[in-house]
Design a protein around this ligand. Structure first.
Ligand code: GLN
Ligand code: ZN
Length: 771
């Protein structure tokens, strides 16, 4: 094939598309099925209708090859578990009795059988269900879903490419099943799994698939030589099959690094590569590996993870380079569009100029089509679109929203001294001890108290105009009174106001900061039927007025005990939002940190002796590659310190993180320089206390002693046992007593009973230690 004829055949495609539909029809159908108001047939019909609608839209927009099998009633990793027959023993009977109910049982658990564990899909905010495998796992192919969905698309007249999770990533994402040795490595099951993939591929071919895409995002992480060998072997074996479609191996979210030559040399017909952001390194790596002569390259030039319009000319330049490196180039977003909202044109409330900067799934598909056309027909065929794109990019670059001179000047003037407390920790600890006068093993909570139906109703009433701001304030204040009175009676030492005014710990602040945008329909799937609407960091960030001080002041007026000011940290504000792509994350974090720094100062001025700045996302935002982590941790911890270091010595800064596995960020926790850290620890039986002690952590720690993810109420003895485990690692003078996390999802009855156990246990232990 000559370069010209290769270019002539360029098409646009996508790896996957949002599943829920325009009005979240899928969520409604599934939840209706769970409640018994929607039949299985109706659910299947609704799901098929959504798939048809997606393909129709994509093909209509000019997408030349649509994906199939990316759709899911819950999660595509769980779908893979079904396709390879790796049903956990405890769910097998349910799956055999009724595949649909069994499927949801694996996802959500039943009275008798725990669900599969859920964890984050790489560094996105999507969560998948973790496969459970063991030496006894027997795989069997079940191609019903992949074949069924392909058949639907072909019947509707689309050119379609089934997408499956690849065998290497599937195994690398798995964990040992319950009862299997901790050190069991699922990858050892590869030889058993490959024949099942062979069968799935043969079935798909028989059903009419010319190509099948196998997703291997796990190969963008640091992999051992043994794992790379396994990948080479897998694709050598799959490539050698005679009864199979052409294979397109896809990777995304980062550069392939040492896995790139492995895949480039594999006997498969094509690769899909992410070439956006840090994954742009794939370009040079591909050239160094000798390119993909005679093969298909699906070039991921449209960022599938952010919400911004593409720089079309830049993408065209990238594509031009790639044309010389492969036999054939197609154009695609960098990854599935699952991680962005459906359609930016639905955001009718936005400033129209600003709306032009946004690209959600539908717009990203259109950009992909346009780029493919530019490649096929030459840029002369898309001059008008290129000019419009250039104008939109320019308007964004010089807008007062994205360029606030005051914010920029202040950020530029930040010195190293601004990110350090004026006094060393020992001096602060002493000043804080004198000011706070707390007992040994002080008790506190993480911030939120139960978000009751009445609170949600008050917010809904305010939003709908059924009550005014004054009436809303009265309802929230009533709640604060109750929360404060309760904590005094329960005997807690450091109180909180309970966060009743917060819909969400990020959104609440986003709504109050200039430069942040809220969407109305920007839903993205978090897991199953749970969708979130992340705010958008669109411009330079500033704080027009204090955000939490009134509530704090009110709470403080009700009690003589210390009340914690409560804020969300800069890293978490970024991690749970859509971020800017026109400046480094570190710059955005610094702007958010400066706004928070002012809030901390205002809280301190309002009398707060304790301010907590939550950073639950510090760990989860860790880059996929170890080499990128030090730089990330550097700016992330500096942003936290910038937010918190402006206070007096006797003002105590707390931070909080959820989820275990702190091992990788131990030194970063130290770098935060917070006076007190509370962490989730109950399920791991205080393991983190030992880890912190081993790392020589010198400050105060509150490893959680109540697992707030479960409705179970811990007894006093149970809490005592955990505290004793904590004391084995952390001296009594530095140990706090608190739950694992905030209480917003819990009910009042469990909250009262559980906090009672915490306070009683702390008192008993204090007496023991005194005696
Ligand atoms: N302060 C927050 C709360 O208590 C912290 C939540 C979190 O860590 N996810 O709700
Ligand atoms: Zn938490």
């Amino acid at each position: 094939m000559t370069a010209t004829s290769a270019a002539a055949a360029t098409l646009a495609t996508v790896h996957g598309y949002p599943r829920q539909g325009r009005n979240r029809e899928l969520k409604k159908a599934i939840e209706g099925y769970w409640k018994g108001t929607v039949t299985a047939d109706a659910l299947h019909t609704a799901a098929a209708e959504l798939r048809r609608e997606t393909w129709r839209r994509l093909t209509g927009a000019g997408i030349g090859e649509v994906p199939t099998g990316d759709f899911s009633l819950y999660d595509h990793v769980l779908d893979t578990t079904v396709a390879v027959g790796a049903i956990p023993a405890r769910h097998r009977a349910a799956v055999e009795a009724d595949p649909l109910d069994g499927y949801f049982a694996m996802a959500r658990g039943t009275q008798d059988a725990a669900p599969l564990e859920m964890t984050k899909w790489f560094d996105t905010n999507y969560h998948y269900l973790v496969p459970e495998l063991g030496p006894g796992t027997a795989f069997t192919a079940d191609s019903a879903k992949p074949v069924g969905e392909l058949a639907e698309a072909l019947a509707a007249g689309h050119r379609a490419r089934p997408v499956l999770l690849g065998p290497i990533t599937y195994l690398l994402l798995a964990k040992p099943a319950p009862g299997v040795a901790e050190d069991f490595r699922p990858l050892t099951l590869l030889d058993r799994l490959l024949p099942v993939y062979a069968e799935l591929l043969a079935d798909l071919r028989a059903a009419g698939a010319a190509w099948v895409q196998l997703d291997e995002p796990a190969l963008v992480q640091d992999r051992t030589p043994a794992e790379l060998n396994a990948a080479a072997r897998a694709y050598r074996d799959l490539g050698a099959l005679t009864d199979r479609p052409k294979l397109l191996v896809a990777s995304y979210f980062d550069r392939l690094g040492e896995a790139l030559p492995v895949l480039a040399k594999a006997p498969v017909e094509g690769l899909a590569l992410d070439v956006t952001g840090p994954a742009a390194a794939n370009l040079a790596d591909l050239a160094a590996a000798g390119g993909l002569p005679g093969k298909r390259l699906v070039a991921g030039v449209v960022d599938g993870r952010n919400v911004w319009i593409n720089d079309l000319e830049k993408s065209l330049a990238t594509l031009a380079t790639l044309l010389g490196l492969a036999g054939h180039v197609d154009v695609a977003p960098s990854c599935s569009l699952l991680h962005v909202p459906l359609d930016a044109t639905a955001e009718r409330d936005l400033d129209p100029q600003l709306a032009r900067w946004l690209a959600f799934a539908r717009q990203k598909a259109e950009e992909t089509v346009l780029l493919a056309r530019g490649l096929r027909e030459g840029t002369g065929a898309i001059t008008a679109e290129l000019a419009a794109n250039r104008a939109d990019l320019a308007s964004r670059a010089r807008s007062p929203i994205t360029r606030d001179p005051a914010v920029r000047a202040r950020a530029a003037a930040v010195t190293a001294g601004d990110t350090r407390r004026a006094q060393a920790y020992p001096e602060r600890a002493e000043a804080q001890r004198a000011r706070l006068g707390l007992p040994l093993l002080p008790t506190t909570t993480i911030g939120s108290f139960p978000q009751t139906a009445e609170l949600r109703l008050a917010r809904a009433d305010l939003g709908a105009g059924r009550i005014d701001a004054a009436a809303y304030r009265e309802r929230i204040e009533a709640e604060v009174r109750e929360v404060i009175a309760y904590q005094e009676k329960a005997g807690l030492d450091v109180l909180v106001h309970g966060e009743p005014e917060r819909n969400d710990m990020v959104q609440y602040f986003a709504e109050r900061l200039t430069g942040y945008l809220a969407t109305r329909h920007g839903w993205v799937q978090s897991y199953g039927t749970r969708y979130v609407r992340p705010p958008v960091l669109a411009g330079d960030i500033s704080r027009p007025r204090a955000m939490t001080v009134d509530w704090f002041r009110y709470a403080r007026s009700l009690t003589d005990r210390p009340v914690k000011g409560m804020l969300t940290g800069p890293v978490t504000m970024l991690a749970w939002s859509f971020v800017r792509d026109d400046q480094p994350l570190a710059d955005t974090a610094r702007q958010v940190a400066l706004a928070l720094r002012d809030e901390v100062a205002d809280l301190e001025a309002a009398g707060a002796a304790v301010v907590q700045v939550d950073e639950p996302a510090l760990r989860e935002t860790l880059p996929l590659r170890a080499a990128d982590r030090p730089a990330y941790l550097d700016w992330a911890t500096a942003a936290f310190r910038l937010a918190t270091s402006g206070v007096r010595a006797d003002t105590q800064i707390h931070t909080h993180m959820c989820y275990a596995e702190f091992g990788a960020i131990m030194s970063a926790i130290e770098e935060l320089d917070a006076d007190v850290i509370s962490l989730e620890a109950t399920r791991s039986h205080m393991e983190v206390a030992g880890e912190l002690a081993a790392a020589g952590y010198p400050r105060e720690v509150g490893p959680g002693v109540w697992d707030i993810h479960s409705p179970r109420v811990p007894g006093t003895e149970e809490v005592l046992a955990l505290l004793r485990a904590g004391l084995a690692a952390i001296p009594a003078g530095r140990l706090w007593v608190n739950p694992d996390c905030g209480l917003k999802t819990r009910g009042w009855t469990e909250t009262r009973a559980s906090l009672d156990s915490l306070v009683t246990a702390a008192r008993r232990l204090r007496e023991e230690l005194a005696g």
